[in-house]
Design a protein around this ligand. Sequence first.
Ligand SMILES: [Zn+2]
Ligand SMILES: [Zn+2]
Length: 388
Amino acid sequence: MPIKNRLAETHDEITGWRRHLHENPELMFDVHETAAFVVDRLKEFGVDGITTGIGKTGVVATIKGKTNTSGRVIGLRADMDALPIVEATGLDYASKVAGKMHACGHDGHTSILLGAAQYLAETRNFDGTVVLIFQPAEEGGGGGREMCKDGLMDRWNIQEVYGLHNMPGLPVGEFAIRPGPLLASADEFEIVVTGKGGHAAAPHEAIDTTLAAAQIVVSMQSIVARNVNPVKRVVVTIATFETDSNASNVIAHTVRMTGTVRTLDPDERAMAEDRVRRVALNTAEAFGATAEVHWEEGYPVTVNSEQETEYAIQAARRVTDKVDTETDPIMPAEDFSFMLEERPGAYIFLGNGDTAMCHHPAYQFDDDAIPMGCSWFVELVEARMPAS
Ligand SMILES: [Zn+2]
Ligand SMILES: [Zn+2]
């Protein structure tokens, strides 16, 4: 397996960083110690510039190649945040912070990008500039969006951008990617239905909010079944349903529901929002009730651009011959999508072997994947900006 020799040598050191971060998880934008750890390592490597506080607590650093005749600038991104989960791995380096856990492997991603940075700062065997992007708040906070709002792409003149995510179930030593949509958009909604509460024995004098809301839940199923193009994929889920009645003899006055819409296509995303609104409002009206829909736009579809996906595949193939180039899209969302909306680029899955899925209390990042991930970043840089 053509892992760079130097990356095989630093594997234990990088694993040490990973386990330190694993023991000390931080949430959302509150990744101060993690960012400080990243900055300390980057200073040791002697990178050319470090800027903190981008996207609140994000870190951006640059490494210049031996030459810069190409003028090319490539962004490499990792996420730093953990999840509010009680760890159940029993590992000797398990989380030391109650109720917080690196259950999505972002400790691994941060360490992998640090490992690549160490190698690139030592060797500088490329013609151009690498921008290292360490972002906070991937898990729902939109840290990638905040970094873009702070001018990430323009301030550092980034021309293309790449990232990776570990993938449980995909064997360690393998990669999976596809051009086009790879992860879903994720929007959330709240629907509040108001009828007229009353005595359960006198429904004719009330407007039964529970019945109207239940009909909205059922009618919502027609969006995927009847409105979505059958060759496309959309999920509409109503996840919570609460009435304000606390007794079996009281008809509820209001019902509050929340849910999520996932799509792989901006047109289907817009259609689904329109249909959720209309189904809720008009179904409520049919029962004499009213509905209010609050829409919260979440992460967009993660779309790999064609040419940069090809570069990502070529880099992965220089690391291993096990590269799935037509992997199925999946319906979780990823806020690297905001960076891909601003620049061409690609996101790749890195095999993490046989472990519990991400966000599970028993999830484990596999440290054997570290040199694979580091090598992929390094191969991308050295091939896209070959030393002159
Ligand atoms: Zn996650
Ligand atoms: Zn993740």
